[in-house]
Design a protein around this ligand. Structure first.
Ligand code: B12
Ligand code: SF4
Ligand code: SF4
Length: 389
């Protein structure tokens, strides 16, 4: 009875699906540890810290006395699939990041649910709400709570609506009856996501059935979490994706058949983030500093990339566009205060057949004082030479 009322309350708060599981330790923590040992988390050190791995395996270390985990899904698709601009002079920003930042939206709804629960039962309920930021295996808990299976794209997929949803987790010190775990693997022989991933980040299932991703190759990781230079061999494959990536979800038949746009106004794309022009974005950001960047994107998850990371991504997309129209903007980026931006601007100029780009690169080489940027400029000049300019 309580559980039914709780689920109804969660749905009235806007969550689409709700499941409950216990706090026993994860059966997949050894896989998690071996993934970390292989270094596949790249620069995401917060995933590898010893104390945080321990907390992932044992929920009671996060909330002493925890008895149940309530897992919710919040749908975020706002347009029909396939609406991403396929035009190399326009940027693609992952669907999830086009509207308001989901962390605050979901967390406050989860706290609302905790408040309701505290009033509904006679005892005092202790709880902790998590959306993406705590040492919690959210997808593992969701699978255990019956909300879906791990696809080969590593996404948690719900058989009735696909995977375009966020997960939220509420730990409580109240015993609630648990749902049955979702035990099937509904991917079957399909391998669309593995074939579509442009950087080869998805490695398929291992012998135990776990879906494996080398995050170091994933465009989502590279554009959001990776702080330093993007490995040269992955830059072309990024195309015009400047923040996150949805390809392995877009090609999934479960999304093609079942994913529906949500009416939630918070996730509706902000005008500036729905297929913006690369040149306009670059122009605006080159004229501003970190504070200005944070102000521009204050409602969005995009602030995570920081100005230098976001401009780095835009430079790569401009290089992939390869149009002489990008040269003037890239020349401004070549003298940006951030070496990260200058180095990627140099790479991008190397991709464009333009004598103006070539002479600007040569000129900059003599005044540049950062060793890494110098290497990028020299490599760009070589690319220009080998393309016959
Ligand atoms: C780090 C992280 C990333 C990294 C690494 C992603 C990855 N695949 O590991 C990067 C930056 C690449 C990333 C990208 C994205 N992310 Co992310 N990310 C996370 C985060 C913070 C941790 C995930 C993690 O621990 N990864 C390490 C791997 C090893 O753990 P895992 O994915 O849970 O894998 C489990 C399985 O392998 C399982 N397992 C092991 N053995 C076995 C055996 C069998 C038989 C089975 C079935 C399973 C199994 O156990 C593992 C441990 O739980 C979570 C939030 C959270 N706290 O969980 C969000 C989260 C996974 N991300 C999310 C989203 C939305 C995205 C993006 C779609 C954003 C975008 N558009 O760019 C992409 C999707 C890319 C993709 N295909 O995964 C959502 C996913 C929702 C969903 N439906 O699945 C989450 C849950 C955030 C949230 N609160 O909603 N993300
Ligand atoms: S998000 Fe993009 S780059 Fe990452 S695994 Fe999926 S398709 Fe590959
Ligand atoms: S695209 Fe195919 S293999 Fe990949 S997650 Fe979807 S159903 Fe599974």
């Amino acid at each position: 009875m309580l559980v039914e009322e709780l689920k109804a309350q969660a749905k009235s708060l806007g969550f689409s699906r709700v499941g409950i599981t216990g706090v026993s330790s994860s059966a997949h923590i050894d896989f998690y540890q071996s993934w970390i040992d292989a270094g596949m988390q790249g620069e995401m050190q917060y995933l590898a810290r010893e104390d945080s791995v321990r907390r992932r395996s044992d929920i009671e270390q996060t909330l002493p006395g925890a008895r149940s985990v309530i897992v919710v899904t919040h749908d975020y698709l706002t347009e029909d699939l396939g609406c991403s601009p396929n035009d190399p002079e326009m940027a693609i920003i992952a669907t999830y990041a086009r509207g308001d930042d989901y962390h605050d939206i979901i967390k406050s709804k989860l706290l609302g649910l905790l408040e309701w629960l505290s009033q509904r039962v006679p005892e005092r309920v202790e709880g902790r709400a998590y959306v993406d930021t705590g040492p919690i295996l959210e997808r593992d808990l969701a699978q255990r709570a019956g909300l879906g299976w791990f696809g080969k794209n590593t996404m948690l997929i719900d058989p009735t609506s696909g995977s375009f949803f966020f997960l939220g987790v509420l730990l409580v010190d109240l015993e609630l009856s648990a749902d049955s775990p979702f035990l099937e693997d509904r991917c079957g022989t399909c391998r669309s996501c593995l074939d579509a991933c442009p950087t080869g980040a998805l490695l398929g299932r291992d012998a135990s059935g776990a879906p494996v991703m080398d995050a170091r190759r994933c465009i989502s990781y590279l554009t959001i979490e990776h702080r330093s230079a993007i490995p040269v061999e992955l830059r072309s494959a990024m195309g015009n994706r400047i923040y996150g990536c949805d390809i392995c979800q877009e090609v999934c038949p479960w999304n093609e058949r079942f994913a529906e746009p949500t009416g939630d106004s918070a996730y509706q794309p902000s005008q500036d983030l729905d297929g913006p022009s690369l040149l306009e974005l670059a122009g605006n950001l080159l004229s501003t500093d970190e504070l200005g960047f944070r102000n521009t994107f204050k409602k969005s998850a995009i602030t995570r990339a920081k100005r230098s990371g976001f401009l780095r991504n835009i430079c790569i997309a401009l290089g992939n566009w390869g149009s002489p129209e990008a040269v003037t903007t890239l020349l401004r980026a070549l003298s940006d205060v951030e070496p990260l931006v200058r180095g990627h601007a140099a790479w991008a100029l190397g991709q464009i057949e333009s004598s103006q780009a070539r002479s600007a690169l040569s000129e900059r080489l003599s005044s540049e004082d950062d060793a890494w940027v110098k290497t990028e400029i020299s490599a760009a000049l070589q690319t220009q030479d080998s393309s016959g300019l």
